[in-house]
Design a protein around this ligand. Structure first.
Ligand SMILES: Cc1cc2nc3c(=O)[nH]c(=O)nc-3n(C[C@H](O)[C@H](O)[C@H](O)COP(=O)(O)O)c2cc1C
Length: 198
């Protein structure tokens, strides 16, 4: 599938038809997340997959877009680590995989220092957004529809589903579209309005 064609046709699905998605397809979609690039190669994410109606119902309570949760085949919480202290477990575990650890650690140290406290949330969320993009686009290539959900009560999701050192960066719902979807034509500003060759 041509990539621009994919982007033209993927849409935010507001209602699914409750049909299940095969395990093979679910794995492929998640693998697109796992293979995503991340700044400094820290891969700060964990993808929590919810398939049982009870868990999806629980998640729905904390999210604004109710219909998607009532009809989706599965939902994914994209969680990020919330602490990137240079000497901490998350950073060390990620960077120690590299043969050139000493060199890289020194090279990255100014960036890691900046990440330590107040930027941690922003950094983690940005990385999860990249993984989310890959997951929804991969899903579309498999004929699976999706909706990105940014409207939720983060504190409640963190408390209900996540370990203390992680936060919810984004939620995704997946399934097959209900008839009548998408309800709207693709709406984007024009190329010339959004692209400036400078
Ligand atoms: C970060 C992010 C958060 C979003 N949050 C929601 C949401 O909470 N509920 C919802 O129905 N759609 C949500 N959307 C979908 C957008 O409204 C939708 O992508 C946008 O209107 C463009 O429409 P399209 O994706 O169908 O082209 C979100 C999209 C993004 C990228």
């Amino acid at each position: 599938m041509n990539y621009l064609h994919l982007l033209q046709n993927r849409f935010a699905c507001k209602e699914f038809n409750k049909e299940k998605v095969s395990t093979a397809k679910i794995h492929e979609i998640l693998q697109a997340g796992v293979l995503s690039p991340s700044s400094l190669g820290l891969e700060p994410w964990t993808f929590y997959v919810l398939q049982s109606p009870e868990k999806i119902e629980k998640l729905k309570q904390f999210c604004n877009s109710k219909k998607q949760f009532e009809t989706c085949a599965f939902a994914v919480i994209l969680a990020s680590k919330n602490n990137f202290e240079p000497q901490g477990q998350t950073v060390q575990k990620a960077l120690k995989r590299r043969e050139d650890f000493d060199k890289v650690y020194e090279l990255y140290s100014p960036y890691l220092k900046r990440l330590e406290s107040k930027n941690a949330h922003e950094y983690g969320a940005l990385q999860c957004y990249i993984a989310a993009t890959n997951m929804v686009n991969c899903a579309h290539t498999l004929g699976v529809d999706s909706c990105i959900i940014g409207g939720y009560d983060e504190e409640s999701i963190n408390k209900e589903f996540l370990p203390k050192d992680e936060f919810c960066a984004l939620v995704l719902t997946f399934g097959y579209k209900a008839s009548g979807q998408p309800k709207h034509k693709k709406m984007r500003f024009s190329f010339n309005e959004k692209v400036k060759f400078i």
